[in-house]
Write a protein that binds this ligand. Structure first.
Ligand code: NCD
Length: 330
């Protein structure tokens, strides 16, 4: 009689022995972009392309049939929450949505570790968004099931950065050699914190354009400098726009300001309009993680360079890929 040995966190029960390439994400948390190297990115994007093909051909299929995702959101979300739901359901799985922690036991004072230990009794993977930096890592410390960070305060938003990079690769064909200009709230915007780190694996030039009080944190600039990334900071866009291949616009993160007067002083600092875009290349893209609150005018939406709506769709395929990978089915 052979004794049953349950699979460990990193050993997929669905893949043949020795197929480590495919199994290496099985059971893993996704907490920071720093956990991925270029080979991993290539692999994730390969799976995302397959997901796109499958969705285009058949819409929904049974790869994650019987699997359950807990979507735990302590902060507002439209795209991240619904794209994870759509990703799970397109893969045949189902979702426990906790979008309003107000109505859960969190409002009774339950701690994050206890909430996570509860949800993992019912779900196979937990997606978490929380206002505190480091919260996803804290959840992962207590959870036996994979935790996916969907934004931890001003910390990171790794799945957004992965979909941002997938957008760049899909739209422009490559990453090496590009000039990426990040515009807006670089201090509180977690999407740019993750994207800058992810881009540091490539040969890129990064321009940071922001009001003085919203500059990219010096630790991140130092981290990228160590990796040899060419970075420059500006207060205005004019000088860098003509050389930009990817203009990544962000919202000023009102909810993170301690002083609302400070917010008022910077909220309308930059607005991308068709007139502004006359200075930009013909072959370049404008991205935004959304929601936008005035920093890209609606007149821009018909410009073929406006990639922000396409970016959301790329996000679905990347999140499908990540779910399949951490659940050992990619
Ligand atoms: C971003 C976020 O939550 O950090 N939104 C998103 O996930 N697409 C950006 C933002 O809120 O400004």
């Amino acid at each position: 009689m052979t004794t049953y040995v349950p699979p460990t966190r990193n050993q997929s029960p669905y893949l043949p022995f020795g197929d480590q390439r495919n199994a290496q994400f099985y059971g893993k948390d996704i907490l920071s972009v720093n956990q991925f190297n270029r080979d991993d990115l290539e692999y994730i994007f390969g799976v995302a392309k397959e997901m796109r093909e499958m969705v285009t051909r058949i819409g929904t299929f049974d790869l994650l049939k019987g699997k359950i995702l807990a979507n735990l959101f302590y902060e507002p979300s439209t795209r991240t929450s619904s794209s994870f739901t759509s990703a799970m359901e397109r893969l045949g799985g189902s979702v426990i949505p906790i979008n309003e922690v107000r109505y859960s036991s969190v409002s009774k004072g339950e701690s994050l570790p206890d909430t996570v230990r509860t949800l993992e009794c019912y779900a196979d993977v937990i997606v978490i968004r929380h206002p505190e930096s480091g919260s996803a890592a804290l959840a992962a410390k207590y959870a036996r099931k994979p935790i996916i960070n969907a934004g931890d305060g001003v910390g990171e938003h790794p799945t957004q950065a992965l979909l941002d990079l997938f957008t760049i690769v899909s739209e422009l064909g490559n990453v090496d050699g590009l000039t990426v200009t990040m515009l807006g709230d670089l201090k509180y915007g977690r999407t740019v914190h993750s994207l800058a780190r992810l881009l540091s694996q490539f040969i890129v030039k990064i321009n940071y354009v922001s009001p003085e009080i919203l500059r990219m944190p010096s630790e991140i600039i130092a981290e990228l400098k160590e990796k040899g990334v060419s970075q420059s900071e500006y207060n205005t866009l004019d000088a860098v726009l003509p050389k930009t291949d990817v203009l990544y616009v962000t919202r000023v993160q009102k909810e993170r300001f301690e002083n609302q007067e400070e917010y008022e002083s910077v909220k309308g600092a930059y607005v991308i309009t068709p007139e502004v875009m006359e200075q930009a290349k013909d072959k370049m893209i404008v991205m935004h993680p959304l929601p936008r609150v005035g920093e890209i005018s609606m007149e821009m939406d018909d410009d073929p360079r406006a990639a922000y709506f396409r970016q959301m769709e790329y996000g679905l395929y990347v999140r499908m890929a990540l779910l399949a990978m951490v659940l050992g089915k990619a």
